[in-house]
Every structure is written in C-alpha cells, then in structure tokens.
Design a protein around this ligand. Structure first.
Ligand code: CP
Length: 336
C-alpha cells in the first residue's frame, strides 16, 4: 500500500483539510510539541526558497523532529527522473535509488521542483514530485511544484483569521494576475483557484487576455469545486468590474501557457499590462477587501507600497501561517 502523501489539497477530503487547519490554529497558540519526536524529514530544494525552507526546518525543530535540507545538483548528486534512461549525462543517480534510500533514513520527504518553463505539456506532468511519490516508501509533501498546497492552507487560515469564521462561503474572491518582468510559475494561481472554490467562495480570475487562463485541468477543477460547494467561478479581463465589491484580492504573476518556452513572444503582451498592479485606487472599488500574496513580491511592480503597508494586507499573516500549517501536515503524516 502507498503511504499517504500531501501532493495536492484536492486529494484530501474537506474534513481532513479542516482538521489540518484546526491543528494549525492550535500550533499558532501553542508552538512547541513532541509530535515529531524521533522523526525526521528530508527537504529537497531544486529551486530557491526563503519561507518554505525556514518554516519547514523550524517547524520540525519545534515539534522535536529533525529536518535535513538537500539541494540536488548543488550539495547532493544530480538526479535522473526518466525511466529507462541511459545515464551518460549530468545525473549521477536515479530517482529509483534516491527516493528509496531517503525512505530508509527519514520519515517524510518534502520536494520543491518548479517547472522548467520550456514545454508545458511536460511540466504539467509534475514528474519530479510524482516520481518521488512513486518510489518513496514514506509520505511525500509538495513544497511547490505546479501547485503549492502548503500555501493554500496558509492562505485559507489567514482568511479565516481575518473574517473571524471558518465559513468562507459567499465571499467575493478575486485572483488577479499582476505584471512581473519574468514569466513565473502558475503554481500559486492554480492553487488559489483550487482552494478558493473548494471553500465555497465566489471566485473571479482576473487576467489580461484569454491566453492567461490557467491550464484546463485547474480551470475545470475550479468549475467543479464551485458546483460542489455552491460557490461560483468565472474569468474576466475587466479590472474595475472584477474589483467591484470584492472581499478578497489575491495577486500573483504567471507566464501565459500558450507561450511556454517562447517567452520573447509573450513579453510584449505582459509588458502592455503593467497597469494590473494592485494599487489603492483598485482596492477602493472593493468592499473593504483584504489583500494577500504568497511572497516574495516585487513592491511597486505587483502591488504598491501603499497597499503592502495598509491594514488590508494580510500577506505577513499568511506567511506566518506557513509554519503552523506545515507543522500540522508533518504531524498528521508522521502519525499515519
Ligand atoms: N511563498 C513561498 O513559498 O515562499 P518561498 O519561495 O520563499 O519559499
């Protein structure tokens, strides 16, 4: 039997997600514990991180566990993921050995592996994460690949804190694309649509053109979730109308999927939409909305100083919650 993994929130029932959020709220009030006593987690970072690395490492420590951070290709051997590969390139070992050896040492494995940004049809297979899940005999945690489920829970927890209720149904939620000089991962945007619809909100995806729609898999998931929860989901390109009456504004930049690997062709479209920046004028159209972002955020490119420094901004609370929710996830998986 496969061990339980935390690869996507969609694989977890609402009851189980709510239990994680409840446990996270407990950890917020009482940070130290022994839930990971004698347990360990390997954290594999194929990409940089500030929040994820700090909060996982610290979280394991606070629960009396041990985290070991590895950067394959830098301080650990480069890994091959292709089945049947003739390994005469850069990779020194195969995921079949890496995942199984780590499983003999540690009790959980966390993986951060962003898309390669060359071919979305390949990237959407999430091969690094799925390979760890296939070969590991211990639970695997997604620390951001093509979705970012830990961020999803931290986000929902911050909204529940702000609104003072666990019931977010009926809130008007806007996920807005923002400008960034480089094409970025769609993971947080995919995740925002997934979790906001899962929690029954009325979700609007605001983006510059139809080309910035997310992968059909996540657009369809959002539609299905909205149907199941009694919420709603739609996409618009009209900024003023999207912000009108909103209760939540969540910002993220991402590269347009039809231009994957042909970023020089996408750049003029992106550059023409710098005005998607979240500013005070847009926020003034909302119904006193909160603003958040997963961070890192380029100030005065994605959101203005005024928005970031306003009382409406809950991005720091959301970042803090990463610590609490990840402890809840590790404790749940370690106990399973
Ligand atoms: N939001 C987030 O995952 O931050 P890091 O990239 O710093 O880990």
């Amino acid at each position: 039997m496969n061990p339980p993994h935390f690869l996507n929130t969609q694989d977890w029932s609402r009851v189980d997600l709510d239990a994680l959020l409840h446990q996270a709220a407990q950890f917020r009030l009482s940070p130290l514990g022994s839930q990971l006593s004698g347990k360990s987690i390997a954290l594999l970072f194929f990409n940089p991180s500030m929040r994820t690395r700090t909060s996982f490492e610290l979280g394991a420590h606070q629960l009396s566990g041990k985290a070991i951070v590895l950067a394959p290709g830098k301080d650990a051997w480069p890994i091959e993921f292709e089945t049947g590969a003739v390994m005469d390139g850069d990779a020194e070992e195969h995921i079949a050995e890496v995942a199984r050896v780590l499983s003999r040492y540690v009790d959980m494995i966390g993986v951060r592996a962003f898309p390669k940004f060359r071919d979305w049809s390949e990237d959407r297979q999430d091969r690094v994460l799925q390979s760890f899940a296939r070969y590991a005999t211990v639970p695997v945690i997604n620390m951001e690949t093509i979705t970012h489920p830990c961020q999803e829970l931290a986000h929902i927890m911050a909204l529940q804190q702000h609104f003072g209720t666990t019931d977010l149904r009926g809130r008007k939620y806007v996920l807005t694309w923002t400008y960034h000089p480089k094409p970025l991962n769609t993971a947080v945007a995919n995740s925002a649509l997934t979790i906001a619809t899962r929690y029954g909100m009325d979700v609007t995806l605001l983006c510059p053109t139809p080309e910035y729609a997310l992968d059909d898999r996540y657009m369809e998931l959002a539609r299905r979730n909205a149907e199941d929860t009694g919420g709603s989901f739609r996409m618009t390109h009209a900024i003023d109308e999207a912000y009108e009456g909103a209760h939540v504004v969540y910002a993220k930049s991402w590269g347009a999927i039809p231009y994957f690997g042909r970023w020089e062709e996408e750049k003029p479209i992106r550059d023409a939409h710098r005005h998607f920046i979240v500013d005070e004028a847009k926020m003034a159209r909302t119904d006193g909305a909160v603003f958040s972002h997963c961070l890192p955020l380029r100030r005065n490119v994605k959101a203005t100083d005024a928005v970031m420094d306003s009382t409406a901004c809950i991005a720091i609370d959301e970042a803090e919650n990463r610590l609490h929710v990840q402890k809840a996830i590790m404790a749940a998986l370690a106990g399973s």
